[in-house]
Every structure is written in C-alpha cells, then in structure tokens.
Write a protein that binds this ligand. Structure first.
Ligand code: MG
Length: 380
C-alpha cells in the first residue's frame, strides 16, 4: 500500500501588482505582498503532489500563520502513514484534528492538503486530475471572468474595454464599496461588455438592508446576471426576505463552506447557482459533494476564488470541467499577483481570458524551485 510519508509546508509572500477592494476589505494593494501557502506531499514510492491556498483574513479568518501551523502541527502528523487513495479517510482524520465552527473549521488549511493529495493520486494514476475525477481529456478550457477594480463609471468603462482587447468576455464587479455608484457602474459594465457577457455582482456581505430592495431592482433593470452574498453570512433570514422580492438570480459565497451549508441554501430555495470556491470549501473532495448536491437540485455552477495562485486556479478548473463547466470563472489571481518566477509557464496555461488545461498527470503544473525559495517566508 502506498502511503503518505512526508508533508512539507512552504509559506510564501508574492508581489501584488494591482489593488483590489471589496465591501468587507481588500485583497491587497500594488506594491504589497500576498500570502500563499504551498504543501508538497511525498508518498512511500517518492511521488509528490502539490497543494496551494491563499489565506485572506479580511475575507475569512485564516492567516498565513494559522494555515502554516495548522498543517505543520495538526493536519500533517495525523495523515502521515495513511493510504494515498483514501480521500474520505483524509477528511475524517482532518476533522478529528481540527473540529468544526458553525461549519467546517479552517477550510483553507484543509483544502491545501486535500489538493496536494489529489495531485499526488492523479500523478500515480498517470492521469490529468480531471480524468482521475471522472471527467474527460477533451473538456480542457474554462473562460475566465475579469474582476473590475475601479469604482467609478468612466474607470469601469475603460477597464472593460481594455479587458475585452485582452480576450475577456465576462465581468464581475464589487457592489457596496461605493454604494451610491452601484447601479451606474452595473449599467456601464453591461453597456460596455455587451449583451452576451455574463455580468456578476458580488456584495461580499456588504449590502445595507435599507438599500437592498432598490439595489436588487436596479441591478436587475440594467441586466446583471447574478448577485452574490448580499448580506452577512450568519444572517440568512435577511436573504430569505430579499429572495421574495429580488427580480434577479442570487448566490451565496461566504455562507456556503461545507456541503451541508450549500444543501441548506439549495433546499430552502434561496440560491440559483452553486459558487464553487475550492479553498473556502475545504478542498476538492468536499467540493465534489457540493457539486453533487447542486446537480441533484438542478442548479448550475459558477466558479470563483480567493485571488489564488495558478496551481489553485488550475486545480479548480480541473474539477469544474468534470461536471461540464466551461465558464465563467472569477479566478482572478492572474490579474493581481506577480507569478512570473513562481510559475514561469503561466502564459501557456492562462491567456486571452481563458485557462487551458494540459494533458500532464495531476493538476498539470508545479512551482518553480527557485521561485519557491525566493518568496519563502523563512521565519514562520
Ligand atoms: Mg464572492
């Protein structure tokens, strides 16, 4: 039996190239650095697998420090020696080491380990991850959604035009950052992007209750396709009330961590999409369970992320194509992170508003050793 032998954790800080604000905080500003944690698992035959995640404390509660120590001191020791194929057992063991909060505890730390084990298993099987998970070699590309970062009408028009010249066809933007401009910005996005674009508004829990009715009607009127996470994750009663009058599709993000969370929202009829966000959901294995719930409930998929690195973006697209998903994916790390040294092959995989999956076994990409060394946080 092949077993997990070695678990190595690499906390990194990557340069940020663009400023990104949302209602509940920021993913950093140009000139700052973004935390990224990578894990390399090695099995008893010497085969390796890589996982990656981006802790973002302003979005949830995990930090580069907690993710690093949770994996090194709690998750790593408890999975050492277990069979590499036992992903059900992996999550049982991780749950026994780090219990739940309101739902799954420390999902980003778990997701990094889960992703590394999936990469390892698919490499041992000699298959790209999407084939290992039950998908096809031929479903191999996902259209990306461009994340708008300006919060004024003229700026948004310029950004959409510029992104269109680079191949992007779908756009997501943040509402609740400059609330008085939300509808004007939405209208500018729709007009500039064109009728065929998927236009996606995300409130990141920041919609004011007193504004909600006018905002959802305004967004629907100008042709926005979906509104994501209008209210605080722990206030589903507000979403329930809004649902009754909202004339546009709704989605949850921060509120849907474990599969049971999504089941609740789906069974209550509160959402129109499953937003797949692998690192928020504890990894590929629990995300597969969420996707099965969505398929059973007849709900389509969207994909988003936490301004992740290329390894995560590729892993997420490998997973999403299994269920026939080809876009749009708001996987925007390529807009905000300087990954040229960590993933020198980035342009082969991601360009023209599309992420393309190769035919290599596993996720299909791994970090460059020199880039890893260059950005390593050595005092953690
Ligand atoms: Mg979101």
């Amino acid at each position: 039996m092949r077993t997990i032998q070695r678990i190595e954790v690499f906390p990194l800080r990557l340069p940020i190239t663009g400023t990104f604000r949302f209602a509940s905080g920021s993913a950093g500003a140009a000139g700052e650095t973004a935390p990224l944690v990578l894990v390399r698992l090695t099995d008893s035959e010497g085969v390796t697998g890589w996982g990656e995640g981006r802790p973002m404390p302003q979005w949830s509660y995990e930090t580069i420090e907690t993710v690093t120590t949770t994996i090194r001191r709690y998750l790593g020791p408890i999975i050492q020696g277990m069979s590499i194929t036992d992903r059900w057992g992996l999550h049982q063991r991780m749950q026994s080491a780090i219990g739940r909060g309101p739902s799954m505890g420390q999902p980003i730390a778990r997701a990094i380990v889960d992703m590394a084990l999936h990469d390892l298993c698919a490499r041992v099987a000699g298959q790209p991850l999407r084939c290992y998970l039950g998908g096809s070699l031929e479903r191999n590309s996902v259209a990306l959604s461009y994340t708008l970062t300006t919060h004024d009408v003229e700026g948004v028009r310029r950004e959409v035009e510029e992104a269109k010249t680079r191949g992007f066809r779908n756009f997501n933007f943040k509402v609740g950052v400059v609330p008085e401009s939300d509808i004007a910005i939405a209208e500018a996005v729709r007009q500039t992007a064109g009728q065929g674009a998927f236009v996606w508004a995300d409130a990141n829990q920041g919609l004011r209750v007193q504004d909600a009715q006018a905002v959802v009607r305004g967004l629907a009127h100008v042709g926005v396709n979906v509104l994501e996470q209008p209210f605080a994750a722990d206030q589903p009663h507000l979403l329930k009330r809004l649902r009754m009058i909202a004339p546009l599709p709704l989605a949850v993000d921060e509120a849907s961590v474990g599969p049971a969370d999504f089941f609740h929202y789906a069974s209550e009829g509160l959402v129109d999409y499953l937003v797949i966000k692998v690192t928020r959901s504890g990894g590929i294995w629990p995300s597969l369970q969420q996707m099965a719930v969505a398929a059973s409930a007849g709900l389509p998929l969207l994909v988003s992320g936490l301004t992740d690195g290329l390894l995560t973006r590729s892993a997420v697209c490998q997973l999403a194509t299994v269920y026939g998903f080809d876009g749009p994916a708001a996987l925007n790390g390529g807009q905000f992170l300087d990954e040229t040294r960590l993933y020198p092959q980035k342009d082969e995989l991601e360009s023209g508003g599309v992420l393309r999956l190769n035919e290599r076994a596993g996720i299909g990409i791994e970090p460059d050793p020199e880039g890893l060394e260059r950005y390593l946080v050595k005092d953690l």
